[in-house]
Design a protein around this ligand. Sequence first.
Ligand SMILES: [Zn+2]
Length: 112
Amino acid sequence: MQYRCPKCQSAKIMPLSNGTNVVKPVVPKSLVILIPALFILLFLVVLSIGMWIFGNGAGPTLQIATVVIFVICVLAGLMFWRDLPNFKISMQNFMNSNKDWKCRDCHHEWHV
Ligand SMILES: [Zn+2]
């Protein structure tokens, strides 16, 4: 099994879903929580900084919201850390079972 393009040797390959029985990787719930939580945290932090620069500082609601989201991020991060070994195995199974690939560099498509 190779994870490189046979034409240009690029590692930037992506699976082509052909709708047939491809084993989908099991995405852990912690990752589903973690990614949006990180975006919200980033947004709140930018908002807080903006309020510190242009206003009288972040309001108490914003500060509480930032702390709550930060705690959620930490918890989801810890859960994801625990789920990571299973997630890796799931991804490897997916990579092995997937037969159709496309290169993002040279758009070459091939079948394993
Ligand atoms: Zn290529």
